[in-house]
Design a protein around this ligand. Structure first.
Ligand SMILES: CC(=O)SCCNC(=O)CCNC(=O)[C@H](O)C(C)(C)COP(=O)(O)OP(=O)(O)OC[C@H]1O[C@@H](n2cnc3c(N)ncnc32)[C@H](O)[C@@H]1OP(=O)(O)O
Length: 501
């Protein structure tokens, strides 16, 4: 069964410590630490979503000794792309430059180069596309999926502490070395939600010219409504996946060994997963409903009220928006029940323990949109490897979510001998030694005035060299980014090396 064989990350070296951010903005650090995380990264000068992606792919190729001629599929999952025509082929171009600089052959000319877009779920859709490729016409090839995003929110908005930037590249093979992905057993869900989180081009109108030549990619969103959509979509993807399995739906929640979800901020996955459990109880057999009512009784919550809230048809989110209820939590009684269950041993084993692998490491990544879920898988493997955990054969679940909205539940199994491939995941190296931004530097980078910052020197990576400005009848390149590969050491071409120079 095709699946995941390798993971590599690239994080820009510009960091905002959320403790500092709280001080600058008079926000409660206690809350931010518990709910959001510790720090996030920002796109730096000379960086774009394409350089982040290419840097991750380049690290993947090096870490896993991938023969570029074997790559038949290179997909980009992103919601921050700034070119509405070309996609992954831009990444391919940069990789070919680095390969040439190292005297290596280019990526196969036969390689497919699609871009997938559906908010934070684009990477999972790209992964599914790659697995289908490996199961059919690409059985003898390798596929790479790179998820790359820049999550920026308006300063002063509720989303501001949940920013982030980075990319994760995944190596996929017919005989995977980390995770078998049970595509046939996966569950999908989608429903149009209008205003939860969107990026209409109209928001670029009237944007002042930025010094770094980039556009500011701020979403139009309704934070609370978007979390209700996340919870509701997760429920439906889980239902679709569980409908394909023979075990009792609620038993799956106990049986699965580790869960990885889209992670806009630290607390969201736990809320989404715990809610999915309550929904599975409500949607389940008599025994499950009795368990749910028992939880209610112990928490002093009216079971009938809760059943009315969640057991019936899913809330009509579009009707909620039309009724002006988009600012409110769609599941307040269920959220209240979970708040009261949080300290119980059952909650700890069902939620905290299942979502714990790699979770602490993720507190320093912020929201990476499409890359958040694969980054967490990477963190999980790195922690399991350093803690010498016995994981072969374990059942893992990856739950992807993308606003707008849609969700995917992908059952996976850890393969025998995973340690070898896990030992090559560059999580610690990708975190590196970042530059902690001051309030002034943060504001400047956020608003596109990078001049007030001394850039961290690029090493063995791609940068935006310049952006085209020509717009004449004979030649046009206005707005097109030109990239440069910066080696870590002065490279000697293989021809020169052979000649002993
Ligand atoms: C876009 C995507 O990737 S997917 C969908 C998710 N949506 C987003 O990420 C959109 C951008 N994000 C946002 O707008 C915001 O982060 C939101 C709306 C999701 C959350 O914003 P907040 O205003 O912080 O939410 P809220 O006020 O509900 O607080 C959240 C929690 O902090 C807790 N809290 C508040 N003060 C404190 C404190 N001092 N100490 C500890 N916890 C605290 C609250 O009790 C609450 O937890 P609870 O639900 O268990 O009671």
């Amino acid at each position: 069964m095709p699946g995941i064989s390798g993971l590599a990350l690239y994080l820009p070296p510009y960091r905002v410590q959320l403790a500092d951010w709280c001080e600058w903005n008079n926000q409660p650090w206690d809350k931010i630490r518990n709910v959001v995380g510790r720090s996030f990264r920002m796109r730096g000068p000379e960086q774009s979503v394409y350089t982040l992606a290419a840097n991750a792919v380049w690290r993947l190729i090096q870490a896993y000794d991938i023969d570029p001629g074997d790559i038949g599929y290179l997909a980009l999952g992103t919601e921050s792309s700034s070119d509405n025509s070309a996609g992954a082929v831009i990444v391919k171009g940069m990789i070919d430059d680095a390969l040439a600089a190292h005297g290596m052959p280019r990526v196969s000319r036969e390689c497919e180069v699609p871009e997938y877009k559906h908010a934070c779920l684009g990477g999972v859709y790209a992964l599914k596309g790659a697995l289908r490729y490996l199961a059919t016409d690409g059985a003898t090839r390798k596929a790479i999926v790179v998820c790359s995003d820049i999550a920026e929110y308006e300063r002063g908005s509720s989303g501001e502490p949940t920013q982030g930037a980075g990319a994760v590249a995944m190596l996929l093979e017919a005989e995977p070395k980390l995770l078998d992905v049970d595509l046939a057993g996966s569950g999908s869900a989608s429903d149009y939600r209008m205003v939860d989180f969107r990026k209409p081009f109209a928001r670029f109108r009237g944007q002042p010219q930025r010094h770094d030549g980039q556009m500011q990619d701020l979403p139009v969103f309704n934070g609370r409504y978007s979390t209700s959509c996340y919870v509701d979509a997760t429920r439906h993807a889980m239902n679709a996946m569980l409908a394909k399995q023979s075990e009792r739906h609620v038993d799956y929640f106990h049986a699965v060994d580790a869960v990885f979800m889209h992670r806009p901020y630290h607390k969201m996955p736990a809320s989404g997963w715990a809610m999915a459990y309550l929904f599975a109880l409500a949607d389940g057999d008599d025994k499950s409903v009795a368990e749910l009512r028992d939880h209610c009784a112990r928490a002093d919550i009216d079971g009938d009220d809760l059943m009315a809230e969640i057991a019936g048809a899913a809330p009509d989110m579009r009707a909620r928006v039309a009724a002006g209820a988009s600012g409110e939590d769609a599941f307040p009684i269920a959220a209240d029940l979970l708040r009261r269950m949080r300290k119980t041993p059952e909650y700890r084993s069902l939620v905290d323990d299942k979502l714990s692998l790699g979770s602490e490491m993720m507190r320093d990544l912020g929201n990476l949109y499409t890359a958040a879920l694969p980054a967490w898988l990477a963190a999980g493997f790195v922690q399991a490897h350093s803690d010498k955990l016995d994981m072969a054969g374990q059942r893992w679940l990856a739950l992807g979510y993308g606003s707008g909205d849609a969700a995917e539940a992908l059952p996976m199994r850890v393969v025998d001998g995973w340690q070898q491939a896990a030992s090559r995941i560059n999580f610690a190296l990708a975190l590196g030694k970042p530059l902690d931004l001051t309030a002034h530097q943060y504001a400047a980078l956020h608003d596109g005035h990078p001049a007030s910052l001394d850039p961290v020197p690029a090493r063995d990576e791609f940068v935006v060299d310049h952006i085209g400005r020509q717009d004449t009848p004979g030649f046009r390149d206005v707005g097109i980014e030109y990239y440069r590969y910066v080696p870590s050491v002065r490279l000697v071409s293989s021809k020169a090396a052979n000649e002993g120079r």
